[in-house]
Every structure is written in C-alpha cells, then in structure tokens.
Write a protein that binds this ligand. Structure first.
Ligand code: NDP
Length: 478
C-alpha cells in the first residue's frame, strides 16, 4: 500500500528556552556541584548538544539529602494534607500551562515523537499530580489506618524512557503522603526533570521538599546507599534493581522496584484482526519499544497466524520514522548509542539463532540513532529474542493452539509485568487473566495507563505498586 506524501509538520522548538548549563537543584535553588564535573546531554535524533548538566558526586548527594531531611522535619511533615494538596494542585496546573514546552523538551532530549509526548506523556504527568493532590488530605481513608504517617526522605532513581512521567510517578505520591524527595533522572534525559525543578520554584514549593541531582549510575548509587534515605524507589533494569535490593537489604528502608518485562500480547482466533493489529503496533512500537511493559512477544493462535501477520506487515509499512518533532512521526529516535548497540546486537543474535527478520522499507536518517520497526517470525521460546528484554522496536512472533498453551508460553519468562489478551469472549479474558502471572493484564487494548490504576510486576519485574490507592502504601509507614 503506497504511503501518502505528507508535508513536514514540525512543532516549533522556539517555545523551549534551554540554558547552556544547569546546576543541581538543592534546597530550592540551582547550585554548582562540589567537584565541578559536568556532562552533555544530546538530542538522539541529531546528536546535537542540548545543554551541559552537572554531575553530582557523593558530597552533593549528601547536601541534597540533608536539605530534604530539614524540609521534612521542619516544613513538609508539619503541613496538614490540605496544604500539601494546594502545592500539588498548583504544580499540576503549571504543568498543564507549560504542556507544549514540556512536550517539545521531552521529544528533544529523549527522541520520542511529539505526538506521544504531547498526547500521552505530559497529560499523564499532570493527571498524576492532580490525582495525588486529591489524596493528600484523605490519607486516613486510604485503608492504611486512621492516621498514616510519612516515611521521611525518599531517594528516587528513574530511567530515560518516560523521563517526566516517571518523575511524576515517583514525586507525586511521595509528596502527597508527606515525604520529601531527592530524585536522580537518567543521564541521557535530565532536561525535563530540571524544568520540573523550575516549576517547583514557580509553585513556591518550600525549599528542600524536592531536590534533583543529575548524574550517571554512580550518582544513583550514592543516592540509594545514602544512610539518610528512608525509602528507595527505582525504575530501570533488572540488573541494577537487583544491585539496589542487595545494597538496601541490611537496612530498614523501604524499597520498591519497577524493573524489566517481556510481555506477551496474545491474539485469539476470534479477535477482531484490525483492532488487534493496532494493539500490537501500539504494544511494541509506541515509544520505539522503550517501554518496560511493551508487548514484545506476540502470541498468535495458529489458525489466524497468516492473516494477522500479513495485516501487521501491511500496517507497519505505513509507519513514519523520522524527526521526533514532526507531528506526523510515528517512530522516533533510539534514546542513545548504547541502547542502539544493544538492539542491534540482540537482533543479530535473533538471526543467528534461526529466526526470520523482517522490516518494512524504511529510510533511516544519517545522523542520530535509529532502528527500523522489526518483526521476527519463526521464533522459539528458547531464542534469546524471546527471553531477553530488547527495549527497542523489535517484535518476536510465536504461535499457540489452545488457551492453556498460550498461558504456558506467556508465563515462560523470568519477568511478569504485563500481558495483553485479544478475544471476543469475556469468559476467555477472565480465564486468561486469572492465570497470567503479570501485574497488569490488558483486554482488547494495550499500554493503557491511568493514575488511579496500580502498576507493578511479579518475579524479576520487581516489587511494590505505583499508582492508585495501592501505590500510596510505598510512601507510608504501614
Ligand atoms: P539502568 O537500570 O542502568 O538505568 C536506570 C536508572 O538507574 C538511571 O537513572 C541510571 O543512571 C541509574 N543507575 C545505573 N546504575 C545504578 C546503580 N548502580 N545504582 C543506582 N542507580 C543506578 O538502565 P539503562 O539505562 O542502562 O538501560 C539498560 C537496560 O535496562 C535497557 O536496555 C532495558 O532493557 C532496561 N531498562 C528498563 C527500564 C524499565 O522501565 N523497566 C527502563 C530503562 C532501562 P544512568 O542513566 O545515568 O545510567
């Protein structure tokens, strides 16, 4: 099917005013790091340097934790929930006011299509603050006792795939429950967290309630092992999650981990094919597949395999890859050279192990980090591409004959974050959902998020829940 020719429709980046360099946000102000180290953050679509960002060392982390402790003891924990709610509502409204600017900034620094940052990420960020603002003065009704207490200072480390959204998932419930925070954004995507620091200033949030320390893995390690932290919240790779769990094991601090996934998206023969194909595309090609709950394993009932595959390939040929700031773009840039190398390596392993690789005709830009939407067929459960998280736009297709076989294959993974089921039969959805070992099971849809709904995994996908009433528990002394 020929693609329509679309005229370019770029979102203007003039709305974003970037500083040349950024300090650390500690105690309500931007300040330089103790040892003067800095790193550059680039646009993955063009490799253009966007800004220089301070690398926080242990002394800076210590200063941030001290500021958060002071703010917790003298200000934030003393405020009634109603007053905390006012700040959270104010932050939510400023996010809405700055939505366009934040969406452009996120797409610049991360490489994701503006359509996604504008329509998914930023609206969900505001929704998270609104939702948790609502809880701040109603915690006694959350089911955690008549007077639930905050934990103290939370150390939070987030990844690069949904930079501002992951920040919202961490900071909104922490503040609503009366904690103060020190957050480290990912090295490759620090800019929206720094823009959020400016929003905290604009909202007159008391100094020290939110502190942002930028840096790489070492900064994250210094934060999660700091003795002044009462709670650790981490989203990222299973490998680092395990290291954090080990480091925190001897202490009393509470830990929640949201780690990797290898979700099965299961299509039964009675599913509406066109709808399922949209769900498959959304499941694995949304955000270039940089999604922990991505539907990276497609399980199709054998009787409709040929039909679903042909339809999927036709649909993939219409996806537009390119400039993340173009409103027509469906697939943006891979977030970093390192991530691109990992996707390439695992895709080569897939071929070497005997799976068949297919991509639609797709021209890749010369500069930047790019990978075409890719589908592997002839995949067996033993293949590495069926077992390991690729975290890119790569789908592995397997087949099954019976519901029991689908369950067995879907659960045959060390992960357990999400799953999708496509069928017309409500009874089959319920039968499957009760057997799938996954924190979230989507029925006839995929990648749907809402602040009221808890999210989290089983097994190597981590522990604890974020969002909804359940997510409050992680930030309360219960
Ligand atoms: P990491 O787990 O390394 O990064 C997540 C966050 O943890 C980042 O802020 C990172 O900093 C920080 N960090 C790294 N090492 C430590 C440490 N020892 N102690 C504390 N914090 C640390 O993920 P990567 O970015 O390296 O991605 C690797 C793979 O992980 C991906 O290919 C993907 O498979 C998976 N992943 C899963 C995610 C998910 O949502 N489940 C999200 C991101 C990645 P820095 O960015 O500076 O390294």
């Amino acid at each position: 099917m020929p693609k329509f020719e679309y005229a370019p429709a770029p979102e203007s980046r003039a709305i974003v005013s970037l500083r040349e360099s950024y300090g650390l946000f500690i105690d309500g102000e931007f300040s330089p790091g103790a040892d003067g180290r800095a790193f550059k953050t680039i646009s993955p679509a063009t490799e253009e340097v966007l800004a220089e960002v301070t690398e926080a060392g242990p002394a800076d982390v210590d200063r941030a934790v001290t500021a958060a402790r002071k703010a917790y003891e003298h200000t934030w924990s003393q405020l009634p929930g109603q007053e905390r709610a006012k700040y959270l509502f104010r932050i939510a409204r400023i996010i809405q006011e700055k939505a366009r600017e934040l969406a452009v900034l996120e797409s610049l620094d991360n490489g994701k299509p503006i359509r996604e940052s504008r329509d998914v990420d930023i609206p969900l960020v505001a929704a998270h603050f609104f939702y948790h603002a609502g809880w701040a003065d109603k915690l006694e009704y959350a089911g955690y006792g008549p007077a639930p207490r905050a934990l103290g200072v939370a150390g939070q480390v987030i990844p690069w795939n949904f930079p501002l959204l992951m920040l919202a998932w961490k900071i909104a419930p922490a503040l609503a429950c009366g904690n103060t925070v020190v957050l480290k954004p990912a090295e490759t995507t620090p800019l929206t967290a720094l823009a959020f620091a400016e929003i905290c200033q604009q909202a007159d949030l008391p100094p020290g309630v939110v502190n942002i320390v930028t840096g790489a893995g070492e900064t994250g390690r210094a934060l999660v092992t700091h003795p002044g932290i009462d709670k650790v919240a981490f989203t990222g790779s299973t490998e680092v999650g395990k290291e954090i769990a080990r480091a925190c094991a001897p202490s009393r601090r509470k830990v929640t981990l949201e780690l990797g996934g290898k979700a099965a998206n299961i299509v039964f023969e009675d599913a509406p094919v066109d709808q399922a194909v949209e769900g498959i595309v959304n499941g694995i090609f949304f955000n270039q597949g940089h999604v922990c709950c991505a539907g990276s394993r497609l399980l199709v009932q054998e009787s409709v395999y040929a039909e679903v595959l042909a339809s999927l390939q036709r649909r993939l040929a219409t996806l537009r890859l390119g400039d993340p700031l173009d409103k027509n773009t469906d697939v943006g840039a891979i977030n970093s050279a390192a991530q691109l190398a990992k996707i390439r390596e695992l895709s080569e392993v897939g071929e070497a192990e005997g799976a068949q690789r297919w991509s639609p005709p797709c021209e890749l830009p010369v500069k930047g980090f790019w990978f075409p939407p890719t589908v592997f067929t002839g995949v067996s459960q033993a293949h590495r591409i069926a077992r390991e998280e690729i975290f890119g736009p790569v789908l592995s297709v397997l087949t099954f004959r019976t519901p029991a076989e689908a369950v067995e294959k879907a659960n045959n993974t060390p992960y357990g974050l999400s799953a999708g089921v496509w069928t017309e039969k409500g009874s089959l959805i319920l039968w499957m959902a009760s057997r799938l070992r996954a924190g979230v099971v989507w029925a006839n849809t995929f990648n749907k998020f809402d602040p009221t709904s808890p999210f989290g995994g089983y097994k190597e996908s981590g522990y604890g829940r974020e969002g909804g009433r359940h997510g409050l528990e992680a930030y309360l002394d219960v």
